[in-house]
Structure formats: structure tokens, C-alpha cells
Design a protein around this ligand. Structure first.
Ligand code: ADP
Ligand code: MG
Length: 227
């Protein structure tokens, strides 16, 4: 007999499959990168091969970037809707990004203290915060800070992610979130696209305020959950 699957169920299964593949693919990439770094440090290596290896490493980083921007946190069996304490999640994401910020010379200041709740998938919300904070870190100069905070506005919460980095032109702001739009050498141009998709799915909005060479503030507006 025939088994029919609902459309949403099919999408769910494809999502889980993609996420498992992402997890599985990350491990071999890490192994290959490790061996490439060992070869790089071999003193008998000629200059030409150093260049080849550097190019290979950059492309592997790009592949990892795609996985991280796109699928990193959606583990199989997760992604269901829960009540989320956004303050806790923001603090947690700051911790997970601490070393990435540190190697880029950036300090993350998370000011949010009071609990603010939203309803949604923790993995999706985490991916949203990670992608936007990572962009801020990548745009920041050495020895700078980023200010992260959450405010309340009527029935919404506003998550403010501010950097004091390079800023964005009007064109960059307009194109932000378009698939594959990137100004970075090994960027994916997928991070913000994923963010816009997530925020839209939860009836929220992303607003960008930016001034060139001064910095950028991303505001994520999401419906608040109040019991
Ligand atoms: P990627 O980070 O791979 O380039 P994203 O979709 O995350 O892709 O970002 C797209 C582009 O938006 C970036 O290449 C950059 O030009 C711009 N951008 C995003 N966030 C910032 C920021 N905080 N400061 C300056 N530019 C930014
Ligand atoms: Mg990015």
C-alpha cells in the first residue's frame, strides 16, 4: 500500500538529512586540514608547494564556512519549538564564540541580564546569533569590543549586536542577505541569508544601522513570549 507524507514532514526529513551530512563532513575536513598543516611545516617543502597548500587550505575553510553558516547547529532530532530565554542563549553564544573573538582581538561585552523569552527552535536562534556576531567579529579591528544587549519594545524583544568596525555602504546594506553576496575573500555569503530566513519564519525583522569606518548595529526584532 501507498504511504503518503505531508509536505512539511518531507521538508523536516530533508533538513535532518542535510544536518547529519554536515556533521559527518566536518570531521574528514578537520583531518585533512591537520595533515596539510603538518606538510606546510615540513622544512623540505618548496615555495611553490606552500602556495598550493595555502590555496587548498583556503578552499577547505570555505567549505567549512558553508557548513557553519548554513547547517552547523541543526542537529538531527532537534529544531523543535520551545520557550527560549534569549538572555541565556545570548550569553551562551558569547561563550562559544569567545575563542574566535579572542584570536581576532575582539572582546564580547554582553550587557543583557534580565530574562527575555521567545518561542522557537533553540538551534535556529543560536545559528542566527552566531552568524551575526561572527560577522561583527570579522568586521572589527584588533583591540576592539562588541556590545550585545537585549531590550523590550511593546510586544517584541530587540537584540542589539553592535561592532565598532569597518561599517557598511548603502549597497552592502541593500545586498546583505542575498544568497552568495560576500565582500570577503573566503566568505560564503550564506550567513545573513540564513538569518533573514530564520527571522522571517518567526515573524521578526532584521534592521541594520551602519556608518562607514565607525561600525554597525544589527537589531533583531522578534515577538516576545509572555506566558
Ligand atoms: P560572509 O560573512 O560569508 O561574507 P554573510 O551573509 O554573513 O556572508 O555577510 C554578507 C556580507 O555582509 C559580508 O561579506 C559583509 O560585506 C557584510 N556584513 C555583514 N555583517 C557586517 C558587519 N557587522 N560589518 C560590516 N559588514 C558586514
Ligand atoms: Mg558571515
Amino acid at each position: 500500500f501507498r504511504l503518503e507524507m505531508a509536505r512539511s514532514e518531507k521538508i523536516h526529513i530533508v533538513g535532518q538529512l542535510a544536518a547529519s551530512v554536515a556533521h559527518e563532513v566536518r570531521n574528514p575536513i578537520t583531518v585533512v586540514k591537520g595533515f596539510m598543516q603538518l606538510i606546510q611545516h615540513d622544512e623540505e617543502m618548496s615555495g611553490r608547494y606552500h602556495y598550493y597548500l595555502q590555496t587548498m587550505e583556503k578552499e577547505l575553510d570555505r567549505a567549512t564556512g558553508i557548513i557553519n553558516d548554513y547547517l552547523s547547529l541543526a542537529k538531527p532530532q532537534e529544531g523543535c519549538t520551545k520557550i527560549i530565554n534569549m538572555t541565556e542563549l545570548l550569553q551562551f553564544v558569547c561563550q562559544t564564540l569567545h575563542s574566535y573573538a579572542f584570536i581576532n582581538g575582539v572582546k564580547l561585552h554582553c550587557k543583557a541580564k534580565k530574562a527575555y523569552y521567545v518561542k522557537g527552535s533553540i538551534e535556529k536562534m543560536q545559528q542566527l546569533l552566531v552568524n551575526i556576531i561572527k560577522n561583527g567579529i570579522e568586521a572589527s579591528p584588533k583591540e576592539s569590543v562588541m556590545d550585545l544587549d537585549i531590550l523590550e519594545e511593546k510586544k517584541h524583544i530587540l537584540i542589539k549586536i553592535r561592532d565598532y568596525g569597518q561599517g557598511m555602504t548603502a549597497e552592502q546594506i541593500e545586498k546583505a542577505g542575498m544568497p552568495f553576496y560576500t565582500t570577503k575573500e573566503s566568505g560564503t555569503g550564506l550567513g545573513l541569508m540564513v538569518c533573514y530566513q530564520i527571522v522571517e519564519a518567526y515573524n521578526g525583522k532584521i534592521h541594520i544601522d551602519s556608518e562607514l569606518h565607525k561600525g554597525t548595529c544589527f537589531t533583531i526584532k522578534l515577538p516576545a513570549y509572555n506566558g
